[in-house]
Design a protein around this ligand. Sequence first.
Ligand code: 5GP
Length: 225
Amino acid sequence: MIKQKKTGQVIVISAPSGAGKDTVVKELMKNNPDERWVSVSATSRAPREGEQEGVDYYYLSKEEFEKKIEEGYFLEYTNYAGNYYGTPKEYIEKKINKGIDVILIIEIEGAANIKKLIPEAVFIFIMPPSLKELVRRLKKRGTEDNEKILKRFHAAYQEINEVTKYNYVVVNDKLEDAVNKVESILNAEKCRVDRIEEVFLDTKEEEIHELLMEKDFDNAKQLIK
Ligand code: 5GP
């Protein structure tokens, strides 16, 4: 009856740091590892303890990053809290054409740039239950000193004000609920009518339709049997 687009979708996920977006995405990947791919960004910030090159980020010096900007290596990039972050172009189109959804975990300015480049992308904002809870999570993570936490708090405040530019907002109070909500959003997006390529009837259905148009109910009934 319908033929749907087989291409993957670009899914942009933003959230203030500490809202738990990486954990949500990890769970999404566990649910459906073959149909999704998380883009690994490049950054000029130093790796945090436990982070791995090529897994969490590609770590570049400021100079290396700027060289790559000039070479047109990034789909989008930004300067966030004093460091560069960017989405490498390579792979994204290939994954989409193979029917794999591409997840970009990026901040709001990058998301706005993606909206200009790929308006049909799906934009999801993960919200912490409160700013107080966000600070508590950042302190618990222990990767940033107080000054950096204040910077992140300030950034979070500004980011939350931009939430209406997204298509969906999910509050990450309980991880399991948040993951289920994002999963439902992704499922619903697959059913959007703008993903229909063609609506068609098979030969028999066409014949029945024509008979009904001619009000030839007897022959139509025969065909339906
Ligand atoms: P963090 O330093 O906590 O890993 O990341 C800081 C912010 O940069 C987060 O909001 C993260 O989602 C965002 N970010 C990570 N990679 C990219 C990217 O490639 N482009 C943009 N615009 N933001 C990114």
